[in-house]
Structures are given as structure tokens and as C-alpha cells.
Write a protein that binds this ligand. Structure first.
Ligand code: UDP
Length: 366
């Protein structure tokens, strides 16, 4: 197993429970990949070391799975956004619409009003920009999405796929829950403890600070690889583009911004958002506060890859790597980096369960 993030942890556990011996190589000195959390020694705040992770899902099996290993505390992500010198609530909902346009519309009126703003000539939106112009119109697009997206992706929204914007709901009521899923929460003791518990099994051995080398594949019956897809091949036909994040940490006394996530949607500041980590755990009490200013930029060879960058026109380099991966003997590529997908945590767990199920079915047929 290469990598001790969510995907490999789920697969390792399932294999161990079926009687297999599992060895995990993890290059970092901790498990949990980018959802790693750590309690800050000074303030006591649970810090999301690689940026905010909020667990939300509609998949009951996945929800039951994580709850088997960790108690989840109630948490609802209510994101705020600063744009044009004012603060609004996200995702775009009736409050956002009424505040932004200085109106007092009811749901059906707001729907009709937004339709009047929308560019109805766009029938089948392919790009992020078309999706925005079709569903929220130019004014809301420019205030909330255009510049934030440029800061986040470094690419014009007309080259990015519509799927990125489809992550966010548009609501004609006052529901300001950022996610539209039935289940949402935060692990009481953080994601790292949860993943340590998933990996706590006598048949699982975790080697931290140990890189897995593709040349080692032959030493194992099978390898599940959650490192970067192009990295497995030594980037021999080129590098897949990623965005990396820089976090500028600052500590304050008391409450800095009154919420966990504040997005900055215009270009008066270079960061995309500020996260104040103690607000991810409102059931805890802390006098001090730890905040992260988040900056996005192109990922270089020595940076941590975060977001795979997909373009509307597709990417032949990715197609070539994927074709090689599909034909790679003895290796199954999993997770965000291994499959080069922009996946939420619940989707990663579901994909890991399904991938293992397919592999076991094939294995049984061999
Ligand atoms: N987005 C935006 N303005 C916002 C929030 C999001 O333009 O205030 C766009 C941006 O392109 C972002 C995408 O919507 O990458 C998805 O947002 P989400 O909050 O799901 O991003 P994540 O938390 O995964 O970085």
C-alpha cells in the first residue's frame, strides 16, 4: 500500500479484516494525508494542517463507516464571503440575493429575478463561466466567482469545467448550509486519530517517513498506490498540473472573524480565504485562536499537490497516464492523486470501497 491517507486506510482495513497482511509506506511522518489534523500545543486548537476539511455525505454506508471509528460532532459549514467591501453568506441563497441587490424578494420572486439576470442563450454550459452566467447571471458571477476562481485556479473561468461550480448549490430560501448533504460533522478528535484507528489492526503495518518506490511493486502480491499518478512513472511524459496551497498562519487572542471560513472574492487581497480553526470545533473552548490565510498557486516539483487542474478541453497527457495505469500489472491507482480527481472525503471513501470490491471480484475470478 503506498500512502496512508483515507483511500489506502479504508482499503488496508478491509483487506486486513479479510485475512491479508498489509504493509503501508507513507512518505510523511504522519498518517491521514491532507486531512491531517493536529492539536496545537500553545492554543489547544485542533488545526487542519493542510487546510479545512469538513465531512459531509449523502452516502449512509460511508457515514456509518466513519462513525464506526470516530464520534462525529454536529457541525454545519456556514461560509461567509467578503466582496466589494461587504460580507455575504454563501452558498448563494435568498439572503445573499436580497442583500446583494438591496431587495426583499420572496423565493418565487427571487427565482424569477435571477432568471432575468441569467444568460438563457447558454443552453448547455461547458465551462465554469458559462455555468455561472447561465445560472446566477453576470453581477453575482463577477462579485463572487470570477476573481476568486482566478485566484484559486490561476486559469480563466472560461477554460475551467462547469463541474467545479456545480459543487455549490444555489438556493431560493434562507438555508445557508454550504452543503446539501444529509450527513455532516466533524470528528471529535480529528481526522488523524480517526485514520489511526482505521489502521489499528494486527495485520496492518505502517511505515512512516518511508517512500514507496515503484521498483518495489514486484515484492508484493498487489500494490494500491495513492501517490501522484504521474509520479509513479517518474513524470517521464510530463507533469500533470496541480494547484498547491500556501498557508500563512497567524495567532490571535479571542475571536478573529466569528466564523470558520471567510472567503475573499475580489482582488483587493491576494488570499482566497481565511480559516479560523477553533470554529470547526464549537464544542471546545479556547481563549486563543489559530487562523490560516490561504493562497493558491501552480504546484512546482517540490510542492505538495492539492487540486488536480482539469480543463474544459480535456488533457491528452492525463489520458495517456490513465491508459498506462489501467494496464499496469500488479498496481491499482486510488485516491485524489492516484486517480487525478478533485474528490471530497466521502467520495474518496466510496471510491476506495468500490475499487476494492471490484479488485476482490476480479481476484476471486482469477
Ligand atoms: N468559488 C468561488 N467563490 C467562492 C467559493 C467558491 O468562485 O466564494 C468557486 C471556486 O472556483 C472554487 C469552487 O467554486 O474552486 C468550488 O468551491 P469549494 O468551496 O467547493 O472549494 P474547496 O473548499 O474544495 O476549495
Amino acid at each position: 500500500m503506498a500512502g496512508a491517507g483515507l483511500s489506502c486506510a479504508v482499503i488496508a482495513r478491509a483487506l486486513a479484516e479479510r485475512g491479508h497482511q498489509v504493509e503501508i509506506f507513507e512518505r510523511r511522518s504522519h498518517v491521514a494525508g491532507n486531512c491531517h489534523t493536529e492539536r496545537d500545543a500553545d492554543s489547544g486548537v485542533m488545526v487542519h494542517v493542510y487546510g479545512p476539511h469538513i465531512f459531509h455525505t449523502d452516502d449512509e454506508e460511508v457515514w456509518n463507516y466513519v462513525n464506526r471509528f470516530m464520534q462525529f460532532k454536529p457541525y454545519v459549514n456556514r461560509v461567509k464571503a467578503t466582496t466589494g467591501g461587504r460580507v455575504y453568506s454563501l452558498p448563494i441563497n435568498l439572503h445573499t440575493i436580497n442583500q446583494f441587490f438591496g431587495k426583499t424578494l420572496r423565493p418565487t420572486e427571487a427565482r424569477a429575478f435571477i432568471e432575468s439576470q441569467a444568460d438563457l442563450s447558454i443552453t448547455d454550459p461547458a465551462s465554469f463561466e458559462e455555468q455561472a452566467l447561465r445560472f446566477v447571471g453576470k453581477d453575482l458571477y463577477e462579485a463572487f466567482f470570477k476573481t476568486y476562481t482566478l485566484k484559486q485556479w490561476g486559469i480563466s473561468p472560461n477554460e475551467l469545467p462547469a463541474s467545479i461550480l456545480k459543487r455549490l448549490p444555489l438556493r431560493f430560501n434562507y438555508n445557508d448550509n454550504y452543503f446539501a448533504h444529509r450527513f455532516q460533522g466533524m470528528p471529535a478528535d480529528g481526522y488523524t486519530v480517526m485514520i489511526e484507528r482505521i489502521l489499528e489492526h494486527p495485520a496492518i503495518q505502517v511505515r512512516l517517513a518511508t517512500e514507496f518506490e515503484p521498483a518495489q511493486v514486484g515484492e508484493f502480491d498487489h500494490v494500491f498506490y495513492s501517490g501522484p499518478l504521474d509520479g509513479f512513472y517518474g513524470y517521464d511524459i510530463g507533469r500533470l498540473p496541480y494547484r498547491t496551497l500556501d498557508f500563512e498562519r497567524f495567532d490571535v487572542e479571542g475571536d478573529y472573524q466569528g466564523c470558520a471560513v471567510m472567503n475573499y472574492c475580489d482582488d483587493s487581497v491576494p488570499w482566497t480565504r481565511i480559516t479560523e480553526h477553533k470554529h470547526f470545533a464549537e464544542w471546545e473552548q479556547h481563549d486563543k485562536s489559530v487562523c490560516y490565510r490561504e493562497f493558491s498557486r501552480a504546484c512546482g516539483p517540490d510542492d505538495t499537490p492539492y487540486y488536480p487542474v482539469h480543463l474544459v478541453q480535456g488533457d491528452s497527457l492525463l489520458d495517456r497516464y490513465r491508459a498506462r495505469a489501467a494496464a499496469q500489472p500488479g498496481v491499482t491507482f486510488v485516491g485524489r492523486l492516484g486517480t487525478y480527481r478533485y474528490m471530497d472525503m466521502d467520495v474518496s471513501i466510496r471510491a476506495a470501497m468500490d475499487t476494492l470490491g471490484e479488485w476482490l471480484a476480479k481476484d476471486a475470478g482469477r
